[in-house]
Design a protein around this ligand. Structure first.
Ligand code: ATP
Length: 259
């Protein structure tokens, strides 16, 4: 069950990340509430990817402290531990399996065909088939949700670029996340695809999934997000209601003015 709308699901306190002499993220305070769509924008190198890598357990902070769905930032167990707690994400560069069908790509994300299912299948136990049927139904449901059910048997390479990005989202949804993190989901999309994606993200939030996404397409960000955070040189320089933040002179100077 997803947490009630508005419940705090993540809290970051003075989070920082240094790579040697490079301070990629510095002193970030941030809270994330259930059901919101939080957009993160900022110039190249502002620390956006580093920040979401810490929130999804891929990297540990070098200063500050924080918690996501009850897991401490930097906790041992890394991304796997965060995934078990309900964090799921996509990456800037596609990680689809080209030799699997669209449906099987989503099935991979269900985690249901686990080692124990596999063993039970070897032993011909009926419970293994039940697990697999359940995983299949779940994968189908995610394909329907993103509008790709009619292309389930194709290979990802046969899909349009925008559809491939949606397939990645379907796969990330297959693990039933509480917090879905998307890294530049609209990159390379045309206007129509980006507008559709904004609609999909909003519908996920209506279903109670919290979405955190990094994006360079400001129009799409303003269409999709309920709150906007702007990073510059690793620091949060503005945060709040999206259209107000986008009109903030400091934001325009640091980022939008350079577009
Ligand atoms: P972009 O929009 O280009 O993806 P970003 O806002 O996501 O940029 P980050 O990728 O988080 O920015 O990078 C922030 C800073 O940290 C940059 O100066 C980058 O060069 C540096 N950095 C990121 N990862 C590493 C690493 N593994 N080792 C050293 N420096 C790194």
């Amino acid at each position: 069950p997803l947490p009630d709308k508005g419940t705090e699901i993540a809290k970051l306190h003075g989070i920082g990340k240094a790579y040697g002499a490079v301070q990629a993220v510095r002193g970030v305070d941030l809270e994330i509430r259930s059901g919101e769509v939080l957009g993160v924008i900022g110039p190249n190198g502002a620390g956006k990817t580093t920040l979401v890598n810490m929130i999804s357990g891929l990297e540990a902070p070098t200063s500050g402290e924080g918690e996501v769905l009850g897991v401490r930032l930097g906790a041992t167990g890394g991304a796997h531990r965060f995934a078990q707690a309900g964090v799921s994400r996509t990456f800037q560069h596609s990680k689809l399996f080209d030799r699997l069908t669209v449906l099987d790509n989503v099935l991979v994300g269900t985690h249901a065909v686990s080692k124990s299912t596999y063993l039970r299948r070897l032993l011909w136990l009926p419970s293994a088939r039940r697990d697999e049927r359940r995983a299949l139904a779940l994968a189908w449901a995610q394909l329907e949700r993103v509008g790709l059910a009619d292309r389930a048997n194709l290979r990802p390479g046969a899909l349009s670029y925008g559809d491939q990005r949606r397939l990645e989202i379907a796969r990330a949804l297959a693990s039933h996340p509480t917090l879905l993190i998307l890294d530049e989901p609209a990159a390379g999309m045309n206007h129509v695809e980006a507008a559709e994606l904004a609609g999909l993200i909003r519908s996920l939030a209506e279903d109670g999934i919290t979405v955190l996404f990094i994006e360079h397409n400001v129009k799409m960000v303003l269409e999709a997000c309920t709150r906007l955070v702007v990073l510059n040189f690793g620091e949060v320089i503005a945060e709040g209601e999206p259209s107000e933040v986008a009109a903030d002179p400091a934001v325009v100077e640091a980022y939008l003015g350079t577009e």
